[in-house]
Design a protein around this ligand. Structure first.
Ligand code: HOZ
Length: 428
């Protein structure tokens, strides 16, 4: 495949943009090649500026569950844009999206719209601290909740990909308030909470960890966390930026029957436009300014284009059988891939919940970040590059999840399975 135009675009971008990209993983650094620059996308297909098309399993890192350019979402954005791009004043669209979010998540009684997942988690942490009057938070190694200072400690995603899970620039004085535990290790969580009794404001987690590949919670883990938070009056923050409206309409909380005190959302609720949200119990949310004293604000919060895209998207997701179809497609891919990987000598481990998944280059199972890091990263890089040559666009890091959309066809899935079969044979 010819990537000459992408290579040239990358060289030009590097002059004015650090690393040539506006989000580190996009640089393809950990997979040993230059990034492809995108010209357009439609349905399950993404096309680069050299004219190469790929079956896309990145889906803008999750939001494009309807596939790219769904006509109803495009129409919603176009008609909103024709009314005005941003007012810095309230619109009814914000309430309409808020109502849909609250209907999907019974534990969200009130919700505040922001512009990114990072803003959602950062603000939820501040709110939990303001509500409890405590400073410490507990997060899990390999979970990624955006790049706010107190959350960039032992973080997954790009931070893990580039080996800087705790970033320079985060003052030690901030980081010391962040406790970290091993994902799925309840004994360690309990020990840390007891060692810091009465000081922990919040426990934040991804209910399915999607920033160290795809790591489901072990049976009972979420329920035990819920109980511990109740016992110790700790705010449980469930970060559903990735899983919300993805693994079920009501997200991982519906799927695993667990309820956070605060919930963070993003990605799908913006239909591909920049949106985040955090919401939860009324008594906590009312502490937020202007009702309460915990300050949080944003010029583009509740932006009408983003709200319109979100509303159109959620309405389509509510159609009968939507999540059954996502499940069927993902299970079909899983079945085909397990036949192919089972026949290969290369150790691989496929993990999936609904329409998010990952193939680790190791035996597995992977239940924690320490496990995920045991994968053969060089082999993953080679696999990624060869899959790209076969016309399959995967997340360019072993520590990111893949995403299914409703637009993926059986033909797409069969082509993907055949490509994995072919590529694995070249890695033997
Ligand atoms: N770290 C993000 C996904 N987990 C990547 C976002 C992006 O590069 O667009």
């Amino acid at each position: 495949m010819n990537h000459k135009k992408s290579q040239a675009a990358f060289e030009t971008a590097k002059v004015r943009i650090p690393g040539g990209v506006n989000s580190p993983v996009r640089a393809f650094k950990s997979v040993g090649c230059d990034p492809i620059f995108i010209a357009s996308a439609k349905g399950s297909t993404i096309t680069d500026i050299d004219g190469n098309s790929y079956i896309d399993y990145v889906g803008s890192w999750g939001p494009m569950i309807l596939g790219h350019c769904h006509p109803k979402v495009v129409e919603a954005i176009q008609s909103a844009a024709a009314q005005g791009a941003s007012y810095g004043a309230p619109t009814e669209l914000e309430t309409q999206l808020a109502e849909r979010v609250c209907d999907a998540y019974p534990n969200i009684e009130m919700v505040r719209m922001v512009s990114s997942g990072t803003e959602a988690t950062m603000s939820a942490i501040r709110l939990a601290r303001g509500y409890t009057g405590r400073d410490k938070i507990l997060k899990f190694d390999g979970c990624y909740h955006g790049h706010a200072d107190s959350l960039l400690v032992n973080a997954g995603s790009g931070a893990a990909t580039f080996g800087v899970p705790s970033s320079p620039g985060v003052p030690e004085d901030f980081a010391k308030h962040t406790l970290t535990a091993t994902y799925n290790d309840m004994d360690e969580v309990r020990r840390l909470v007891m060692q810091n009794k009465g000081e922990v404001a919040a426990i934040i987690l991804e209910p399915i960890a999607g920033n160290m590949g795809c790591v489901p919670p072990l049976p009972g883990f979420l329920q035990k966390l819920r109980q511990l938070c109740d016992d110790e009056e700790i705010v449980l923050i469930v970060d559903e930026v990735m899983t919300g409206f993805r693994v079920a309409y009501g997200g991982a909380q519906e799927r695993f029957d667990i309820r956070g005190d605060l919930v963070c959302l993003g990605k799908i609720i913006g239909g591909g436009l920049p949106v985040g949200a955090f919401g939860g119990k009324r008594e906590i949310m009312e502490k937020l300014s202007p009702e309460g004293g915990v300050y949080q604000a944003g010029t583009l919060s509740g932006n009408p284009l983003a709200m319109s895209a979100g509303i159109a998207t959620l309405d389509l997701l509510k159609e009968d059988g939507f999540y059954d179809q996502i499940e069927e497609k993902s299970a079909y891919l899983e079945k085909g891939l397990s036949q192919v990987t089972g026949a290969s000598k290369i150790p691989t481990c496929w993990q999936r919940v609904g329409g998010m998944f990952c193939t680790y280059f190791q035996e597995g199972p992977v239940t924690s970040f320490a496990d995920a890091k045991r994968s053969d990263l060089d082999r993953f890089g080679l696999f990624f590059r060869r899959m790209l040559d076969e016309g399959i666009n995967l997340a360019p890091s072993q520590f990111e999840a893949g995403f299914m959309s409703i637009a993926h066809t059986k033909e797409n899935l069969d082509k993907t399975i055949a490509a994995v079969d072919k590529v694995l044979k070249t890695l033997d």
